[in-house]
Design a binder for this molecule. Sequence first.
Ligand SMILES: [Fe+2]
Ligand SMILES: [Fe+2]
Length: 364
Amino acid sequence: MSPKTGETADTLAQNLSEPPQTAAERPDPEQILFGASEPPAFPEGNIFPIEWDTETPKLVDIYEQSRNPGWSPATLPWDTLNPDDFTLDQRYAIAYWFTLLSVFDSSGPAVFARAMIHTYETHEEDPIRKCFFSVVRDEVNHEEICQRAITILTPGGPLNHDPETPLGKLALNNAKWYYHNGARYWDGFKGAVDKYPLAILFTSFLMGELAASTLFHGMHQRSTIPVFKEAFRFVGKDEARHLGICMAVLRKLLPELTDEEKATITKQIRAGYVFLSGILYEPPELFWELPDTFRDAHRLIEAEGIAAGLGTLSLEEREENWRTAVLRMKGIIEGYDIAFPALPEIGIDGETVAFDPKDIIPVF
Ligand SMILES: [Fe+2]
Ligand SMILES: [Fe+2]
């Protein structure tokens, strides 16, 4: 009833009445509980862990360190990167290298986001889920480095620009072929996420992180272009943290592997080597579908990038670097009684395993 004109709060208050139920009549919680039933069993693979267990405290520490990575792609000194400081070919060559990198790094956000969903579906411990989250964020940052470098030096690039020199045209053609290969690996990865146990996925991640931290560390030391020198340092630090995540998880998982899983890891490492050589060394014939012009053009463009001060290591240095990283990996893996594959391309002995492109999981 709406208050009549002239009615005061006092008169309204005098007419108050209590709701019909008194405390004595309220139902007894125990009585309700007696009639309560449990919901049906929770389906497996749902993405609602609503549990925050910690089994590996080391991962909590790493996640805490990652909360603030200490840098942002937006605050690097991009204003010091002046396209006019470089010849056209140098510009094409630098953008080309970042294009090759972005074939790896632009898959990073989606690849790790997919893996992060997987850790929710399989209700992994809380810090593993959080660490994946931090890796997704980092990979978005790494992709942004490629984006900024390419669009400053070759607006519209990497694929939609119109290079003016023969070297620039070769770079564009190589970039398209590279992208063709990167695009081939997503279906394999999506399949692998559900197919393999976490230990196997993480061994592949480990290979990618080892490769990445080695690469960026080397290029940070070598680059003479200020914004890239700084970017490589920060990206390398992120990658070293990712490596730490992989190691913390693998220390727990590797001792519990079956013989069959160990054999799969040996194959995975061979597949990882083939895939990652595309950026760490030179793309091997296996997996990489490239035209006959690719390698000669690649070497010419790379030499131009080195001359521009990008910081790319020479082929021999890269071979040595890749070998060192792989030997580190071999030391870790063999410590758990897992056979290491032979990698004849860089002179590493081991078990001979067949290469199957479907085995490719590694990410950057
Ligand atoms: Fe990365
Ligand atoms: Fe990484």
